[in-house]
Each structure stands twice: as structure tokens, then as C-alpha cells.
Design a protein around this ligand. Structure first.
Ligand SMILES: [Zn+2]
Length: 71
């Protein structure tokens, strides 16, 4: 597997991932990913992306209960 930016070699490593939602922000320090040994670009596999999306939809659902009416 090679990097689409610099054609460098991709290594199995971890990368941080953040998500900015309307009422909260999530930051994971180290999610398994492919990281370019040359430029540092990271790619997540679909398995990790699926889990992230599931985690975010659970957070969306639960955090809706914590939001005020805006008044
Ligand atoms: Zn690269």
C-alpha cells in the first residue's frame, strides 16, 4: 500500500481522529490506521470508520438528552 500524496510506504500505526458536532467535540488519541512513513498522512480502514460512525451516532442520541432548549 502506498500513500496517494507522496507514494511513500504506509505502515500500520495509530492516528488521532476528531469529530466536530453541533454541540460537542470528540477526540480519539490513537485509532488503528495506516500512516505514511514519509509525509505522515493517515488512512483509516472501513472497519475503524464503521466503529467511529457507530460511536458518533450513539453519542448523538445520548447527548440529545443533555441539550437545553436554547432558552
Ligand atoms: Zn505520504
Amino acid at each position: 500500500m502506498e500513500c496517494i500524496h507522496c507514494k511513500g510506504r504506509m505502515k500500520r500505526a495509530t492516528a488521532p481522529f476528531s469529530a466536530d458536532r453541533d454541540h460537542y467535540h470528540v477526540y480519539w488519541d490513537a485509532i488503528p490506521a495506516w500512516v505514511c512513513s514519509q509525509c505522515g498522512e493517515s488512512y483509516f480502514e472501513s472497519r475503524e470508520v464503521d466503529v467511529i460512525q457507530k460511536a458518533l451516532s450513539a453519542l448523538d442520541r445520548e447527548s440529545a438528552l443533555l441539550q437545553g432548549s436554547g432558552e
